[in-house]
Design a binder for this molecule. Structure first.
Ligand code: DX5
Ligand code: ZN
Length: 216
């Protein structure tokens, strides 16, 4: 079963409560929250107080994608704020050991995921797969919504799915960036089951219809 995680990066930042209520009513499965610190990526969005505030507006799980340089410091803070899934970036592995980040997330009672950027190969993730709830494959360079899907992401999704199957693991594979009602078919075939969609969901005239179409 495929899960749809609309990214609120594409919503009206002055009206986030209404945005999450709208997608919940329209059949979304998760709320994808893009946290950017202006260091790891060249953009700044919001922090733990937004997560805490959104909790009052939706019962959907908050899928918090940390595009920040210091996940170790912020993981407990985002957990306390109400994150249900916390994703950090593998590219930081030289200073933040993935196994330690995963342990920290789990100690805080949250589901753990690792993200890889378009230029990062998936092989390095293998040893962590048994500890993870989810892997996030970035299909655009992180930082901004509304970019075009990078086709080489499909091969990476397939590699991760194959490896997980080999290991007998039933983990979620999330794909993030440039997803629309056309390319979602290939993304699903490649082995992804959690679909992030920002622009596609929030710019659609009928939110329930686009979510239903993506799921189908
Ligand atoms: C990019 C973010 C994505 C982005 C997706 O850094 O991680 O979640 O918002 O937006 P669309 O669906 O518009 O590409
Ligand atoms: Zn994201």
């Amino acid at each position: 079963m495929i899960k749809i995680a609309p990214s609120i990066l594409a919503a009206d930042f002055a009206d986030m409560g209404a945005a999450v209520k709208k997608i919940e009513k329209a059949g979304a499965d998760l709320v994808h929250c893009d946290v950017m610190d202006g260091n790891f990526v060249p953009n700044i969005t919001f922090g733990p107080d937004m997560i805490k505030a959104l909790k009052r507006y939706t019962a959907l799980p908050l899928d918090v994608h940390l595009m920040i340089d210091d996940p170790a410091f912020y993981i407990p803070i985002f957990a306390k704020a109400g994150a249900d899934i916390l994703t950090f970036h593998y590219e930081l592995h030289y200073k933040h050991k993935p196994a330690e980040m995963i342990r920290l997330i789990k100690e805080n009672g949250v589901k753990a995921a690792i993200a890889i950027n378009p230029d990062t190969e998936p092989e390095g993730l293998t040893e962590f797969l048994p500890m993870l709830d989810m892997v996030l494959v970035m299909s655009v360079y992180p930082g901004f919504g509304g970019q075009s899907f990078i086709p080489s992401s499909l091969d990476k999704i397939a590699k991760i799915r194959r490896k997980a199957q080999e290991l007998g693991l039933d983990i979620d594979i999330e794909v993030d960036g440039g997803i629309n009602a056309q390319n979602v078919v290939d993304v699903k075939k490649a082995g992804a089951n959690v679909i992030v969609a920002g622009t596609t969901v929030f710019k659609a005239p009928d939110t329930a219809a686009i979510i239903a179409e993506l799921k189908k």
